[in-house]
Design a protein around this ligand. Sequence first.
Ligand code: 5GP
Ligand code: MN
Length: 346
Amino acid sequence: MKNIDAKVIDLSQYTKELSKLFLSAGNILLICHINPDGDAIGSQLALYHYLKSRGKNVDLLSPNYLQEFLKWMDGADLINIFIKDRVKCKRLIEKADLIILLDFNHSSRLGEAENLVLGSHARKVIIDHHLDPGTFADLTISEPSKCATSELVYELLTLMNGGPFISKSFAESIYVGIITDTGNFEHGAYSSGTFRIVGDLLDYGIDKLKILNLIYNNFSSDRIRLQGFALNKRMVVIPEYKTAYIYLSKDDLAEYNHVKGDTEGFVNLPLSIKGIHFSALFIEKDNFVKLSFRSKGTFPSNEFASRYFEGGGHLNASGGEYKDSLVNTIDYFLKVLKENIGRFED
Ligand code: 5GP
Ligand code: MN
């Protein structure tokens, strides 16, 4: 048995052009997606540390705030938050001659920075691993076979550098991206190649237990209680649909002093129930409901999200939204779910 797991993709088709763009750029701006997760920030900071080591002028921008569990990362405090510092961020976008967009491929995920970024004169590069990229960039490096944008960044930079580029901050960033997008190697498109990269990072000496604790064992007691409440009182299991869902109202969240990021990961929990192949999480917002989906096997949760909930994502992890009340959203979900249950694997 040899190398049946790693999907071998020739990234050299991209690196020549990317090298040229890096070389000629005077001001590079790295932008992650709205509500950035560990992979968005991990890939953004990893690329930042690499480019700084090459002496480039690099700035960092996120459309909105980072979650607490990512703020310890080296460079996180340098990320400019668009909704907080609009004037400075506008200046950074206008000053940039190269903009790299990390871990997303639709301009709507730039949030309120969308129009400024699309209107900027800078060359634009997408580096991402989601399906169906939009066509708004000059260079689109889109590899859904990668478990994380951070994995893709590592491989691209290894090629461009003529061998692995590693520094402590870089290695930690890549590691955070890979573990958060795979749920610490539980789901997603990780391959033998992913473990080779992780092997490089461990050989370098990253403190994997420190990182694990900072990412996964860093919750408030309110958050853990909210999780208990969600599973006990707000989870509905429908065995005949092979589906379970959790819903949380604004009042539920307020009762547990909810802060941004507290419900992260809840949607994965029902999938550990025997016979459940599809899981949904409904979070009530001011004028809409935010949805997250997870599936097992071949059911395309991203297609479900885009067809019914103006969303998208990966095959087994996706999200969207619905502009109605919580009750009506759940009713609609159950109706469209019924039309799709024939598609779940046995
Ligand atoms: P999560 O459930 O962790 O918030 O999101 C899982 C994945 O679904 C994300 O990586 C992202 O690709 C996708 N996703 C979540 N919400 C949306 C959305 O509103 N629109 C789109 N296009 N994708 C989303
Ligand atoms: Mn990602």
